[in-house]
Design a binder for this molecule. Structure first.
Ligand code: ADP
Length: 267
C-alpha cells in the first residue's frame, strides 16, 4: 500500500479534515507486469509462427510453384497456424487463471473415475499402451473440467516425450488423507539443468533429442496453476534417457455424513 494524506483546514468552521488515500501499488504493479509480459510474448512467441504463415502465403500467391511444393507449403502453413492457435488458447487460459478471472466450479467428484476416463481416451489413439493402476472410489473436491485438462496435459507430454517407448503408466491411490496421481513415462527424461525451470512459462527444454517435438512451453505452467488452485502439489522425478514421473497430491473429499442422512429434530 501507498498512503497519501491531505489535510484540509476550514478556517470558518475552525476544523481540520484529513483525506487518506490508500493506493494498492502491488495490484497496479502486477497489472503492469502482466502487460509487459504480454507485449514481450507477442513480440517473440507469436511473431515467429505468424511470420512463417505470411511468408509461405506470399510465395503461394505471387509465384508459380509446382503442385507438390504447394501442398508442402500449405501443410507448413496449417501447422504453424495451429501452433499459433494453441499458443493463444494456452496463454489466455493461463492469464485468466492467474488473474483470478477463471471461475472454478468446485464440487465433490470421483477422481479415480476421471483419471480412468481420460486415460481411456488416449488408449488406442497412439502407439503407446496405457497401463492403468487405479484405486477406485477416491473422491476430491474440485473443478472437473480443469482436472480433466491437467490429466490431458500430463498424458500428452508423457506420450509426446517418449517417442521410442511403447507404454506410459497412470496411477491413482490413497496416501493418508491425500489422493496421489502419477503419470509415468519411459522416454527422453529431463536434463538436470532444466529441472528448476520446468514450470516457468514458455520454457522448453532445448535438447537436440526433442527439437522436432511441438509445444508451447505452457502446458506444465497450466497444470501447476490448476493443481495449486486445488491446494494440491505438483512434483516430478526424472532421469535423462530413462523417463519421468509427474506426481500430483490433492486432499481427499471427506463427507460429513450429514449429507446422506435425513436428520429429524423433534421438539
Ligand atoms: P511443451 O510440452 O508445450 O513444450 P510443457 O510446459 O508441457 O510445454 O513442458 C515444458 C518442457 O518440459 C517441454 O518442452 C519438455 O522438454 C519438458 N517435458 C515436459 N514433460 C516431459 C516429459 N514427460 N518427459 C520429458 N520432458 C518433458
Amino acid at each position: 500500500f501507498e498512503i497519501y494524506v491531505n489535510s484540509i483546514v476550514d478556517a470558518i468552521e475552525n476544523t481540520r479534515s484529513f483525506l487518506f488515500v490508500f493506493r494498492d501499488r502491488t495490484s497496479e504493479e502486477r497489472a503492469d507486469e502482466m502487460k509487459n509480459e504480454f507485449i514481450s510474448i507477442v513480440s517473440h512467441e507469436l511473431r515467429t509462427p505468424l511470420a512463417s504463415v505470411l511468408g509461405f502465403m506470399e510465395i503461394l500467391l505471387h509465384r508459380d510453384i509446382p503442385k507438390p511444393k504447394q501442398q508442402k507449403y500449405m501443410e507448413t502453413i496449417y501447422k504453424e497456424a495451429n501452433r499459433l492457435s494453441n499458443l493463444i488458447n494456452d496463454f489466455l487460459d493461463l492469464q485468466r487463471m492467474e488473474s483470478g478471472k477463471q471461475a472454478y466450479q468446485m464440487i465433490p467428484f470421483d477422481v479415480s473415475a476421471l483419471v480412468r476416463e481420460v486415460a481411456e481416451q488416449w488408449q488406442g489413439k497412439q502407439d503407446h499402451r496405457i497401463e492403468l493402476r487405479i484405486e477406485p472410489g477416491i473422491h476430491m473436491t474440485g473443478d472437473v473440467d480443469r482436472m480433466t485438462q491437467v490429466m490431458h496435459n500430463l498424458l500428452s507430454n508423457a506420450i509426446k516425450y517418449s517417442p521410442e517407448a511403447d507404454r506410459v503408466a497412470v496411477h491413482i491411490a490413497r496416501s493418508g488423507d491425500e489422493a496421489v496421481i502419477e503419470v509415468q513415462d519411459f522416454g527422453l527424461g529431463i536434463p538436470d539443468e532444466a529441472k528448476d525451470k520446468l514450470f516457468t512459462k514458455f520454457y522448453r527444454v532445448d535438447n537436440s533429442d526433442r527439437r522436432q517435438i511441438g509445444g508451447t512451453g505452457l502446458g506444465l505452467s497450466i497444470v501447476k496453476e490448476i493443481v495449486e488452485s486445488h491446494q494440491g502439489s505438483l512434483t516430478f522425478e526424472s532421469e535423462l534417457g530413462v523417463g519421468s514421473i509427474f506426481r500430483i497430491r490433492v486432499g481427499m473429499y471427506r463427507a460429513t455424513g450429514l449429507g446422506d442422512k435425513v436428520v429429524i429434530i423433534e421438539d
